[in-house]
Design a protein around this ligand. Sequence first.
Ligand SMILES: Cc1ncc(COP(=O)(O)O)c(C=O)c1O
Length: 363
Amino acid sequence: MILVRPEVEALAPYNAGMTLAELTARYQPARIAKLGSNENPLGPSPHVLADLALDSATLRLYPDPACSALRDRLAARLDVAGDRVIIGNGSEDLLSVICRAVLRPGDRVVTLYPSFPLHEDYATLQGATVERIGLRADLTIDVAALADAAARGPRLVIFANPMNPTGNWLNPAELATIATATPRDTMLVIDEAYFEYAQGPDYADALDLLQDHDRPFVVLRTFSKAWGLAGLRVGYGVTHNAQFRDRLDRVRTPFNVNAIAQAAALLALDDPGHVDSVVALSRSERDRVGAFLTARGLTVVPSKGNFLFFDCGRDSGEFVEGLLRQGVIVKPWKQPDYTSFIRVSIGSAAENDHFMAALSGLL
Ligand SMILES: Cc1ncc(COP(=O)(O)O)c(C=O)c1O
């Protein structure tokens, strides 16, 4: 007997991608380019490792449950009140907290598709039904369909901007359309995991934009991507008001962010220049890899993330195995209608060269 709720049985296992150890065990490649999880090839600021002073007390004592220092630092940086900021064990923790706080069985959730699977999974787990808004035939976001679905008043509207896995994004006018269409008794969650890579005039900074909309929302960001701290698990959310942040606090586990993660995130914030270098590298390499894929006749979705989503023109399973044999880890997309698509993260120039050489061999 497996005594779980039917909602749990309905969940597909999360496709977390292959680890270095798993690939080594399978194919013993001479070198590995790990381009399946949108990690940052430069890692965190060197300042983090140099100054992270670990002592026995850090390990012996429970961490600050409120993450006060990090919360206040982020609040100052973002120019919002500290009591609207919540820190999570990665932003995925906060996705789960929001769904548990907001969703009841039978509620409706609207999201973009193809989607970051956790946007759907935590909703499904709550017994909610998920309405997917697919891309248009030209692989762009169907803003009108998203606005229509949001206007029908689901309990929750949640999507990533830029989207994962596609990388496409909403500009300020488009996000304003969605925010205006979404009723005030619908929670609007904008997941900006790739915010730093996307920033610019044609990208909607949700925190900035939603200030002018008197409505409930959460904007999520993370230290896992541009800040290079995926291994430590620290993300954050900014809510529309302190009351909602307080309710999320009641749902999360009390010590959800460990002491080392809190300290490292604070140190990372001391060196924003490092993030500028990360973003500059990622953007120029994304252009290079994108041009390469396009020149090979492959369809590539325009991206503002540190990754590209492309159609390899056949079922991606065997193709991806061919890349793995050559030491390249990418993410074959498994959701219906996109099983010929692959998401490749933008790595260092050497990793991207490795990917492109391996791909050329297969084509
Ligand atoms: C859109 C999106 N949201 C959230 C996450 C989770 O990030 P974190 O490492 O902060 O949990 C990811 C990770 O890939 C992501 O792509």
